[in-house]
Design a binder for this molecule. Structure first.
Ligand SMILES: C[S@@+](CC[C@H](N)C(=O)[O-])C[C@H]1O[C@@H](n2cnc3c(N)ncnc32)[C@H](O)[C@@H]1O
Length: 271
């Protein structure tokens, strides 16, 4: 996902770059949903833990929009991401607000943290960046090491439904001051046999000084409900205690079947 070239489509300059290399824009585009996710994460602590959580950990934390929101509420937070620019952005924001620079660059399928945490979370599909069953299992094992026995891992993923056609496009907008971003994501190709899905994603950035488009491709591993259950079982350290939709409604758990797409698994660390 390196810069490949620049071209002009219509009146907008197109830059073929990774959206993850633009933490400022990424944070605006994905920051809007923070409140619902934070309420959900804290609510899971109340519902499924026997004592108040203190320490939270986010693998693939990106810009740390959720980590920062939890730090502001007085919790101890940690996280990691493969992208150095995202981690720099995340740590700089934590530091600016008086918190420790507590996130680091690492691969989520190969890491170790010294302290045990009460809750881990990974809410919007980042897990699907892991491109093999073995990397996904290693990730669950690393998370098993990072979370105390009885603690939780909230794993949000977009499943490939087996009984209904999958949704193919998504568009949304975000604005802060004079900066406006229109985002569009679409399916380019699905290869269920090899469990690879390719999506196009573009950010149209509009600033007073001009507009441009960041054009990227996301390559994600696919999971049906059955494949996800099998993976969780094979990790041996997690059990599923509940499942919710991306509506994050704790009063409305869902039963995962072949029609489901967006699912948050509430996993409990087994003994
Ligand atoms: C969709 S973003 C999510 C960021 C953040 N969790 C959030 O909710 O805003 C996916 C993130 O996964 C990171 N990522 C991809 N592969 C990774 C890996 N193997 N280890 C750690 N981070 C990874 C990317 O750099 C990116 O920041």
């Amino acid at each position: 996902m390196n810069t490949k070239n620049k071209m002009i489509t219509g009146s907008i300059e197109v830059r073929e770059e990774s959206i993850y290399d633009h933490p400022k824009y990424y944070d605006l585009v994905f920051g809007a949903d923070c409140a619902a996710e934070i309420q959900f994460i804290l609510g899971c602590g109340e519902l499924f833990l026997e004592r108040q959580p203190k320490r939270f950990f986010e693998p693939a934390c990106g810009t740390g929009r959720l980590i920062h929101a939890l730090a502001k509420r007085g919790y101890e937070v940690g996280g990691l991401d493969l992208n150095e620019k995202a981690i720099d952005f995340c740590n700089a924001r934590l530091e600016k607000h008086g918190f420790a620079r507590s996130t680091f660059v690492a691969d989520m399928s190969d890491f170790h943290v010294k302290k045990k945490h009460d809750i881990g979370f990974n809410t919007i599909n980042s897990f699907r960046h892991l491109d093999s069953e073995s990397a996904a299992r290693k990730h669950l094992i690393c998370m098993g090491d990072a979370i105390r026995v009885g603690g939780l891992y909230l794993l949000g993923i977009h499943l490939t439904p087996s009984d209904v056609p999958p949704s193919e496009t998504e568009s949304w907008s975000a604005r802060r001051g004079h900066l406006a971003i229109n985002t569009h994501m679409w399916t380019k190709n699905r290869d269920p046999k090899n469990r690879v899905e390719r999506f196009g994603i573009q950010f149209d950035i509009h600033r007073p000084s001009g507009s441009f488009r960041i054009l990227d491709e996301l390559v994600l591993r696919s999971y049906t409900a059955a494949q996800m259950n099998q993976l969780i079982r094979s990790s041996k350290c997690w059990e599923t205690v509940e499942t919710f939709s991306f509506a994050y409604d704790l009063d409305d758990p869902i039963h995962v079947d072949g029609t489901c797409e967006d699912v948050v698994y509430v996993l409990r660390r087994k003994r």
